[in-house]
Design a protein around this ligand. Structure first.
Ligand code: ADP
Ligand code: ZN
Length: 214
C-alpha cells in the first residue's frame, strides 16, 4: 500500500508516518531527510544537491523525482511507502503519477490532515527530534516519558530545526496554501483523497488513519 500524507508544516505528517511505519511495515520517505542523507553519503545525487542547496536555490522537480524513483525501487519499499513532504506542487504530483505508472505502481490513498494555521505555529515552535533515532516530540503535546531521554532509543541528544520559529512557520504556511493545497483537489478528482481532522489528539488521528488503511 502506497500513501501520501498531506498537510501544512506541523499537521502531524511525521508523527503519524512513524506510527504507520511501525504498524503496517511501510517505509516513510521524507524528501527533506532523503536529501540530507544523500548529501551526507556523498553520492552523485548528493553532490548535485549540495551545490544547489549551498547556492540557496531550490532542488529541481527532476532531481527530486529521480531521487524518489530510485528510492522506491529498494526492497524495503515493497510492502509500501508513505510520502511525507512530497509532492509540494501540482506539477510535482503530475510527475509523480507518471513515474509511478512507468513502474506499474499506484497510490492507494492520499490523506490530508486538516488543521488550523494558528495552532501550527505552537506545534512547530515546540517540536524537537531525537538526534539518534529521529523520534519526534513536543514540549507540551508529546513529552518523553522521562524528561530528556528518548522513549524509543534512550538517547539524551535532541535537535530542533533552525527553521522551526514563528516567523518562518508563517511563511511556510503561506507557501503551503498557495502551492501545495491545490494538490488536494488534484487527488480529489482522482477519487483517492481522504481528509482526517488533524486537530484531534495524536492517538485519535492515528486511530482514524488505521481505520482508513484497514
Ligand atoms: P509535520 O511532519 O506535519 O510538519 P510533526 O509530525 O512534526 O508535523 O508535528 C509537529 C509537532 O506537533 C510535533 O512536535 C508533534 O509532536 C506535535 N503534534 C503532532 N500531531 C499533533 C496533534 N494531533 N496534537 C498535538 N500535537 C501534535
Ligand atoms: Zn531516539
Amino acid at each position: 500500500m502506497n500513501l501520501i500524507i498531506l498537510g501544512p508544516p506541523g499537521a502531524g505528517k511525521g508523527t503519524q508516518s512513524k506510527r504507520l511505519e511501525d504498524k503496517f511495515s511501510m517505509i516513510q520517505l521524507s524528501t527533506g531527510d532523503m536529501l540530507r542523507a544523500e548529501v551526507a553519503s556523498g553520492s552523485e545525487l548528493g553532490k548535485q544537491a549540495k551545490v544547489i542547496m549551498d547556492a540557496g536555490d531550490f532542488i529541481s522537480d527532476e532531481i527530486i523525482i529521480n531521487m524518489i524513483s530510485s528510492r522506491v525501487d529498494h526492497d524495503d519499499c515493497k510492502d509500501g511507502f508513505i510520502l511525507d513532504g512530497f509532492p509540494r506542487t501540482v506539477p510535482q504530483a503530475e510527475a509523480l503519477n507518471k513515474m509511478l505508472a512507468e513502474k506499474s505502481l499506484k497510490l492507494n490513498h492520499v490523506i490530508e490532515l486538516t488543521v488550523d494555521d494558528e495552532a501550527m505555529v505552537e506545534r512547530i515552535c515546540g517540536r524537537f527530534t531525537c538526534s539518534n533515532c529521529g523520534s519526534g516530540y513536543h514540549d507540551s503535546f508529546q513529552k518523553p516519558a522521562t524528561d530528556g531521554v528518548c522513549d524509543s532509543c534512550g538517547s539524551t541528544d535532541f535537535t530542533r530545526r533552525a527553521d522551526d520559529n514563528a516567523e518562518t512557520v508563517r511563511n511556510r504556511l503561506t507557501t503551503y496554501h498557495e502551492q501545495t493545497a491545490p494538490i488536494a483537489t488534484f487527488y480529489g478528482d482522482q477519487g483517492i483523497l481522504k481528509q482526517v481532522d488533524g486537530m484531534a489528539a495524536i492517538d485519535d488521528v492515528t486511530q482514524k488513519l488505521e481505520n482508513i488503511l484497514g
